[in-house]
Design a binder for this molecule. Structure first.
Ligand code: ADP
Ligand code: MG
Length: 697
């Protein structure tokens, strides 16, 4: 057993009671857990603001001053503690609304404190709410001026004296005995090439940095290592799969040639052709394809999917295309059926609302091979759905599915694993794609079909509604159609539903001369379909909807997208919604409606939308605003539990570490060379890693 698996209670100065607390409150069970809880910031004991210079726009800062008076004011829940500190330049008021009792016993008048917090001006005077206080003590010579600050909980701090300082002491104790046990986990070649600090030094410096430079070096080393191992595992998996998993070979393409010659009504873009070529190469390789197709909204992924399905059909294999919503499945089915009929290929549809009798027939046709192509929703994952010879599975809007579903599709052919193509329109920043889909090959459609005009996006306040409505009337008079979308956030579904129905009524009142469709999540599939079809057939001019419209819907004649309460949508969602227009030859518009009161982040989102149509740029900004975990939504959470690296900020380190991992595998695929023994040993020890890839494959 390794030293780092030692139970935390064995550490001198921990003991059973504290061990239980550390486990319960902070998930610290072992030496390894403690040493890997890196400080979340550092107090630089040499840098202080003068109180007179404090203002509203500063981030967290520290000042040094003497406490001058403290008092508890108010009663009951309004009770708070107020204190003043003064330095040579002025006075700062401090307020706490919580932990008043404890503070009363801790905070000493006339004591000199380091005060850390976010300043604000209240009636022109500087104030800090809930600052952290630390008594000024003499700095011993040789002691670092960068003091680590650890996350802890109110409970541990207030009742058990396990505050940040106490954690620092425990960590220091541990480091003293741990140093001889810390083995280098990277190879000498990598260390030399990237100028990395040793593992032991990095752990020492990350907790107790001797200088800003050494802290930087330690952080770089630990981030590099973390990302390197994530990438190494992914790339090994990818390589192994390529070696081990055979794929059906689809070399013949007669129907595809017929399709190109006689039925395809437009020219494929260069990017589409390139991607189709990538896929064809995979199909001829004899290995299973695992490919991600990234392409912005409207870049034409569906036709690429269909062409791939044709290649399968041309070689006697069945294929399926899975979409996240019924609306989208219907639309794919309707669109592709036109082509399939022309080519004499059978295509079926399976969704949650398919009737039992229909299903029975379909199941049989899939089993006996009469049905060549299947389009559907999650319903096609069900065990009763069995194929005679499934050769290709495609997931559209992959980000809408859980990671696990990718692998369920694999099991649909007992003899040979089908090829897999996953498509995503939410352009994912490269860093995130390299991690989430790091085990896939990636193709990108980075070009829109010719003749598309960039969508004009504007931000309008609710007070301008009449003008906006007039604009809609003018557009409809020109023969166009309009979407009006209301937010849907699941936590307050009832409220949103009310917003939507209120909105629908007011739109009806405002546009008595037009026909209006409505689509939302509470409707039955047939009702939704009926309303969608009315809109597609131009029987209605306006479509009022919730975000069920967001994904993939394609009505080229609709050229205006109005998004109500646009401040409530995330950036990528706004971009997806906007992608519903701009699909025909007409100039299209996206109008973002909001009230006057907007948070800083909302403003950034709106400004970004107005400024650019580029999905990749938008994805990067989204990642910075929201952080990677949130961005991918709950389905993907847990996949990205990184200890120190941050995918939103460490893109460069990620690329370097991935390149390093790839190079290593090229030179030493089995990690058998003696110079790589550190790496081999470490990857074997990473049995329970932060990233649980077993869920993916
Ligand atoms: P997405 O990539 O968002 O799924 P779609 O596949 O729905 O985009 O394509 C959007 C629209 O563009 C569809 O109407 C499709 O028929 C059309 N389209 C696709 N490729 C081309 C092309 N090369 N030239 C012209 N129109 C195209
Ligand atoms: Mg699509």
């Amino acid at each position: 057993m390794s030293f780092f698996n030692t139970k935390i209670e064995n550490l001198r100065s921990v003991g059973t009671q504290r061990a239980t607390l550390l486990q319960k409150e902070l998930n610290i069970f072992t030496y390894g857990d403690l040493i890997q809880r890196y400080p979340f910031r550092y107090l630089d004991r040499t840098q202080f603001y003068n109180i007179v210079d404090l203002h509203d726009d500063l981030p967290y800062v520290q000042v040094k001053g003497v406490l001058r008076g403290r008092e508890v004011v108010g009663e009951g829940p309004k009770q708070r503690m107020v204190a003043k500190v003064a330095d040579a330049s002025g006075e700062l008021e401090l307020v706490w609304f919580k932990g008043v009792k404890w503070l009363q016993s801790m905070v000493k008048n006339h004591q000199e404190y380091i005060v850390f917090g976010k300043p604000s001006l209240f009636n022109g005077k500087p104030q800090m709410a809930h600052p952290e206080l630390e008594e000024v003590t003499e700095t011993k010579p040789g002691q670092s001026y960068l003091q680590p600050v650890y996350n802890t909980t109110e409970k541990l701090k207030n009742y058990h004296r396990l505050d940040s300082k106490a954690l620092a002491r425990l960590t220091a104790d541990l480091l003293r005995i741990a140093l001889p046990h810390i083995h280098e986990t990277l190879s000498p070649a990598l260390i030399a090439r990237y100028g990395l600090m040793s593992k032991a030094d990095a752990l020492q410096q990350i907790h107790f940095p001797q200088s800003t430079e050494l802290l930087q070096a330690a952080r770089f080393r630990l981030k590099f290592e973390e990302l390197f191992y994530v990438q190494l595992k992914l790339l090994r998996q990818k390589t192994q799969r390529k070696v081990e998993l055979a794929g059906q070979i689809f070399r013949e393409v007669p129907t595809l040639v017929d399709f190109y010659k006689n039925h395809l009504t437009f020219d494929l873009t260069g990017a589409q052709k390139r991607v189709i070529h990538d896929i064809y190469k995979d199909f001829c390789s004899g290995r299973q394809m695992n490919r991600l197709l990234q392409g912005d909204v409207g870049s034409g992924k569906t036709i690429v999917a269909f062409i791939s399905m044709l290649m399968a059909a041309d070689n006697g294999a069945q294929s399926c295309l899975m979409a996240p919503t019924e609306i989208l499945a219907d639309q794919h089915y309707t669109g592709l059926k036109v082509y399939a009929d022309q080519l004499g290929i059978s295509i079926g549809k399976l969704t949650g609302s398919s009737r039992t009798a229909e299903r029975r027939v379909l199941h049989e046709q899939l089993r006996n091979g009469e049905m060549h192509m299947l389009v559907g929703t999650h319903a096609l994952l069900e065990d009763v759905v069995q194929f005679r010879n499934l050769g290709l599975t495609i997931m559209d809007e992959q980000h809408r599915f859980g990671v696990a579903q990718r692998s369920r599709l694999w099991q649909k052919n007992p003899h040979i694993i089908p090829h897999v193509l996953v498509m995503t329109a939410t352009p994912i920043p490269r860093t995130l794609a390299m991690t989430l889909y790091g085990d896939l090959d990636v193709s990108v459609i980075d070009e829109l079909p010719a003749g598309r005009k960039p969508i004009v996006t504007v931000h309008r306040y609710d007070s301008n509604r009449l003008k906006v409505f007039q604009f809609l009337r003018d557009q409809i008079a020109l023969g166009r159609q309009v979407y009006i979308v209301y937010p849907l956030i699941e936590e307050s579904e009832t409220l949103d539903y009310k917003d939507l129905t209120d909105g629908y009524e007011s739109i009806q009142r405002a546009f008595p001369e037009f026909q209006i469709s409505i689509v939302h999540g509470r409707m039955k599939a047939e009702e939704k379909d009926y309303e969608m079809q009315r809109f597609v057939k131009r029987e209605t001019q306006i479509m009022v909807a919730t975000t069920v419209i967001e994904v993939g819907v394609n009505v080229p004649n609709a050229s205006v997208m109005v998004i109500e309460s646009a401040e409530r949508f995330g950036l990528s969602q706004l971009h997806q919604l906007r992608g519903r227009v701009g699909r025909g030859a007409d100039q299209s518009y996206c109008i973002l409606m909001t009230g006057y009161k907007l948070s800083k982040d909302s403003r950034t989102r709106l400004e970004t939308m107005v400024r650019t149509n580029n999905g990749f740029e938008i994805a990067d900004i989204d990642l910075k605003l929201r952080g990677p975990g949130d961005l991918m939504g709950t389905q993907q959470s847990g996949v990205l539990d990184l200890l120190i690296a941050d995918l939103a900020k460490d893109g460069r380190i990620l690329s370097e570490s991935r390149a390093a991992a790839q190079e290593l595998l090229n030179e030493d695929p089995e990690l058998a060379l003696p110079q790589n023994q550190n790496i081999r040993r470490h990857i074997e020890s990473l049995s329970s890693t932060a990233i649980n890839w077993s869920r993916i494959s």
